[in-house]
Design a protein around this ligand. Structure first.
Ligand code: PMP
Length: 424
């Protein structure tokens, strides 16, 4: 967040605080998630009978695998329907430990694993457990929409660091170094990232780790929720595995939502130092006691069972990614770097800025363009400013190739109908 942004936020907060006598300041600081707002708008338009092509969806379009559902049904039959330990069942924690051992060669004992109601809840609890007023959290942009609001809700200050497409949308050691100060509590890394699908190489992580080693008061939150949806050779590296001297300062979060098409089951986890995990568990014990026992049984089956489902999904996503990137790059005015993972493409639309719609309206921003696509072509996307990166929009390819092909055709028609920018 720039100094100017901070001032605006502080002023808005104060203005609201003086008029709103019902809610706490921490609530007045946050806004509803833009993706939830977009989904709501799509629902409203669909209810009006409009044939919307929805590219806003942030969840797999596959069904949860049958063996996972069967494990949940079995848990109900067996009477696994009571509170579990606050930090999750021993079976689920063992499954998580096994995955991390296998993937990163890291050994996390049970007291360093927290299980919560989705990765979102675990990240929120980690911030709640560590932030006091005045603490700063470094968030590279483009970012997942929830990070800044989670920080604000926990009295912290988001420090947004713009990471341009020329840098692969990635945080560089220089940019990181330039924003760290005594108040910095966390730096957030999310790879493969939402909305860009970008990920750090081992070398890039080692260079970031070098900066962090010089600032022992800064912790790293690495959000790896898209780790299995990966299109490059090998597997996506984690800063937790790259620099052993940093491992105790890394809080690694993940979950089953995206990999196993289990968004509604609400199971996520976080691993880190025993001290932090114990603080997260203390909060969880007062907030929800534990995540759903049935969902934990399902998540255990997902993590320990046959992984063919995951391989099949990735093969399908890969086809859709290649198709989407090609179709978008064929549209004059738009461009898109292929994502290395995840199921989103982040499309550069700065080439249409300044142009005019057939109705004579100037496209002044990514938000104007997203509105134009929705109103003229019934294609729903999320504008880049929602992710801290104006000049882009996010396309989710967690939908059929038919929808993607038709949507890209319509986006192409919308671009072709624009008149050139006014000569200045
Ligand atoms: N992190 C990122 C980057 C995400 O995109 C999402 C889901 N939109 C989450 C975390 C939250 O996942 P969960 O369903 O486990 O809460």
């Amino acid at each position: 967040m720039t100094a100017a942004d901070k001032t605006t936020t502080d002023k808005t907060t104060t203005d609201k605080a003086t008029t709103d006598k019902t809610t706490a300041r921490r609530v007045q600081r946050i806004k509803p998630s833009p993706s939830t707002a977009a989904a709501q708008r799509v629902r409203e338009l669909k209810a009006q009978g409009l044939g919307i092509l929805d590219l806003t969806v942030g969840e797999p379009d596959f069904d949860t695998p049958d063996h996972v559902k069967a494990a949940a049904i079995e848990a109900i039959r067996q009477g696994d329907t009571k509170y579990t330990p606050v930090n999750g069942t021993p079976q689920l924690r063992a499954a998580i430990a096994q995955k991390l051992q296998h993937r990163h060669g890291l050994h996390y004992p049970a007291d360093r694993i927290a299980v919560g109601g989705g990765a979102k809840q675990v990240i929120f609890l980690a911030l709640m457990a560590t932030l006091d007023a005045g603490h700063e959290v470094v968030i590279p942009a483009p970012y997942w929409v929830s990070y800044p609001d989670m920080v604000l809700a926990n009295d912290g200050t988001p420090v947004i660091v713009t990471c341009p497409e020329a840098d692969g949308f990635k945080l560089t050691p220089q940019r990181l170094e330039s924003v760290i100060n005594d108040r910095t509590r966390w730096v957030v890394l999310n790879a493969p990232g939402n909305p860009t699908g970008a990920a750090y190489t081992v070398g890039e992580l080692a260079a970031l780790a070098e900066v962090l080693l010089a600032h022992p008061h800064v912790q790293v939150l690495t959000d790896e929720i898209y780790d299995e949806i990966w299109y490059e050779p090998g597997q996506v590296p984690s800063i937790a595995g790259v620099e052993p001297r940093l491992t105790d300062r890394v809080f690694l979060t993940n979950g089953v939502s995206k990999t196993y098409a289990m968004t509604g089951w609400r199971i996520g986890y976080g691993v880190g130092s025993a001290e932090l995990v114990s603080a997260v568990n203390a909060l969880q014990s007062q907030i929800s006691s534990c995540p759903s026992s049935i969902s934990q049984a399902a998540a255990t089956a997902a993590l320990t069972g046959d992984q063919t489902f995951v391989r099949n999904c990735v093969a399908v996503y890969r086809g859709r990614r290649d198709l989407t990137v090609k179709l978008v790059n064929d549209i004059p005015g738009l461009s898109c770097t292929p994502p290395s993972g995840g199921f989103y493409a982040f499309v550069n639309c700065s080439g249409v800025h300044g142009k005019r719609t057939p109705a004579g309206e100037e496209i002044r921003s990514d938000e104007d363009f997203a509105r134009y696509l929705l109103e003229s072509q019934q294609v729903a996307v999320i504008h880049g400013a929602a992710y801290g990166s104006p000049g882009y929009f996010r396309v989710s390819f967690a939908t059929s190739t038919d929808v993607l092909t038709e949507a890209c055709e319509r986006i192409g028609r919308a671009c072709a109908a624009l008149s050139p920018a006014d000569p200045s």
